[in-house]
Ligand binder design. Sequence first.
Ligand code: COD
Ligand code: ATP
Length: 277
Amino acid sequence: MLIVGLTGGIASGKSTVSSLLQDKHHLPLIDLDLLAREVVRPTDSSRTLSKLVAHFGSGILQEDGTLDRPVLGRLVFGNEQERKVLNAITHRAIRKRMAWTLLWNWVKGVKVTVVDTPLLIEAGLWRWCGELVVVWCSPEDQLSRMLSRDGPKGLTEDEAQSRLSSQWPLRSKLPYADVVLDNSSALTSSSSTSPSEGGGASEILTAQVGDLVRSWRGYYGGVFGTLYWLAEWLVPPFGLLMAALTLVSRWGKVKTRLRESEESDQQAVERRSIGSG
Ligand SMILES: CC(C)(COP(=O)(O)OP(=O)(O)OC[C@H]1O[C@@H](n2cnc3c(N)ncnc32)[C@H](O)[C@@H]1O)[C@@H](O)C(=O)NCCC(=O)NCCS
Ligand SMILES: Nc1ncnc2c1ncn2[C@@H]1O[C@H](COP(=O)(O)OP(=O)(O)OP(=O)(O)O)[C@@H](O)[C@H]1O
């Protein structure tokens, strides 16, 4: 099973890409933002919510006992120390849930699973992905798109800026990317609006995602690819060996890219954009 990490920065377009992958291309996807919501349910067996209340106080709860997300957001975004505590409490439960879902997908014989999370690189999960995709746009676009989306719900410009500053700048994530999806281009009146077509995606982004999915289908395509996938699936020691070789080769590539410090952002986007040849 190929595990693809899908990441980017806040409001760079990850959800837009994951809608295309799920609704248009019918690929299985694990959204860690969604798992993060599941683990803080009052009924969740990980008891994550009570651990949060023990540290942040009962002020983070709504009257019905569920998490008041905007209140907790205000406490952690802009306060590095508190955000680290939040991560320490929530990330273990999120990873556990993700690992079980991946295992279940492998048992079912799924060929490609996409893991979508904004913190894939910051949290070190990039090491366990066979391929890593970064959805790119400029920080100015991130800020303006966040404000257009969340401003009407009460997010101020200062709050948006502190959310942006809580994550690595997107350009620091480029050396980890095997593929960059460039989501700089604006939506046009002809951009798709239907959910089954990946509603809200620009035509350029839609085309890039189509190319990317074709490359994944090619990975286990044809007679040889199918036999290779069957061997990986039915002979776990072989599957584990191949996975280890893929990961080690990726780590080497990332190390080299991190050394290419003279490479400009634009060169990196252009060189590894899907369809650039
Ligand atoms: C602080 C919380 C309650 C705020 O909830 P809210 O509904 O306002 O925002 P939401 O969860 O939709 O997150 C919006 C965006 O903020 C960014 N973000 C979320 N958590 C973090 C974090 N710990 N550090 C940096 N950025 C983060 C992501 O880009 C995310 O897509 C929530 O984000 C949370 O529980 N975060 C901890 C879990 C986590 O790290 N999730 C990220 C993926 S694993
Ligand atoms: N090319 C584009 N031009 C203009 N707006 C866009 C473009 N692509 C996405 N958007 C809009 O920007 C906002 C952020 O996009 P999206 O939700 O896909 O980002 P995200 O990376 O998943 O964000 P988050 O990390 O906050 O969940 C959405 O309102 C989306 O409709």
